[in-house]
Write a protein that binds this ligand. Structure first.
Ligand SMILES: NC(=O)C1=CN([C@@H]2O[C@H](COP(=O)(O)OP(=O)(O)OC[C@H]3O[C@@H](n4cnc5c(N)ncnc54)[C@H](OP(=O)(O)O)[C@@H]3O)[C@@H](O)[C@H]2O)C=CC1
Ligand SMILES: O=C(O)[C@@H]1CCC=N1
Length: 278
């Protein structure tokens, strides 16, 4: 086994990674890893490899239908399967999973105990909860591990810090993190779309309206990140007394904007907790 310097990790590390399931999220993670060249080898395995077929021409990237081959050739196995498929796939590769493997799973509602029940509590299991912005290196990714996997959490942070921002959290908060960060992409997209619809009603062409909404959204997030200030402090800097901003904000609240968002988040959380029981 030769040591390879992975360019963006900036240290000597062997990163033989397999992604099992290359649908929406698995292919987004693959894109992020490929963009950062942050692996020694990358196996992409799916029963339908259409979404990642283009990657097979790249150096050290292997596209396959054979989950077992991907596991055998890799040290870090990332399962990006729907909850209804993950148990069956784990059962099928169980005979070739060793205590040296680092098992990662992004499956929503699938806790480490469920994976331990199939693979054994002695296996290093890390739950990763990223979002689809991982494909452009902007994911907010939460990380939690079982007891055996605790010492591999820094490695998971190293990998996913290259693909955005990470936060290590207790496992009992992963469901909540899924709603806020993973589903959150859809929630924010809907807010951007609604702003675009408003801008079109006020006279902008659709493309212009989209750009105005996206750039203003980007500016708002950047202000919070760079200033470290609370959103209400930023709101205070915009709301001229008796002006149009406070008029609009108050009407949005009369119509239940904050309440609708909070209720949506809670409904999403209740659903994910139901999924966990299935
Ligand atoms: N999408 C997102 O933004 C996020 C998703 N998640 C979680 O990530 C997981 C994956 O989600 P997502 O990518 O959206 O789902 P997808 O259905 O898009 O991807 C799952 C992939 O796994 C494939 N697959 C199913 N069975 C097997 C098998 N036996 N062997 C190999 N591949 C198989 C599927 O193939 P086929 O299409 O033929 O079924 C599909 O291509 C889910 O558990 C979800 O909860 C978490 C955070 C964010
Ligand atoms: O909607 C879902 O169930 C999955 C988990 C979070 C994002 N997609």
């Amino acid at each position: 086994m030769t040591l390879v310097v992975t360019p963006k990790l900036n240290k000597i590390e062997i990163m033989k990674i397999a992604i099992i399931g290359t649908g929406n999220l698995g292919s987004s993670i693959a894109k992020g890893l490929i963009k950062n060249e942050s692996f020694t080898s990358l196996y992409l395995s799916d029963r339908n490899t259409k979404a990642v077929k283009n990657f097979e021409s790249l150096d050290n990237v292997f596209v396959t239908n054979d989950n077992a081959l991907a596991v055998e050739q890799s040290d870090i196995i990332l399962f990006a399967l729907q909850p209804k498929h993950i148990d069956g796939v784990l059962e099928s590769v169980k005979p070739i999973i060793t205590n040296d493997h680092i098992i990662m799973s992004v499956a929503a509602g699938v806790d480490t105990v469920r994976i331990e029940n199939i693979l054994g509590a002695d296996k290093k299991i890390i739950r990763i909860m990223p979002n689809t912005a991982i494909s452009i290196g902007k994911s907010m990714t939460c990380i939690a591990a079982n007891a055996a996997g605790q010492d591999k959490v820094p490695l998971a942070e190293d990998i996913f810090n290259q693909l955005g921002t990470t936060m290590v959290i207790p496992e009992d908060l992963v469901q909540a993190a899924t709603v806020i960060c993973a589903s959150g992409i859809a929630f924010w997209m809907r807010l951007v779309r609604a702003t675009t619809q408003g801008a079109i009603q006020l006279g902008f062409e659709a493309e212009e309206a989209h750009e105005l909404a996206v750039q203003t959204c980007f500016g708002s997030a950047s202000l919070l990140i760079e200033s470290g200030r609370h959103p209400e402090q930023e709101i205070d800097r915009v709301t001229t007394p008796s002006g149009c901003t406070i008029e609009g904000l108050n009407e949005m609240e009369h119509q239940g904007l904050s309440s609708a968002l909070i209720q949506g988040i809670v409904a999403s959380f209740e659903k994910i907790n139901q999924l966990k029981k299935n």
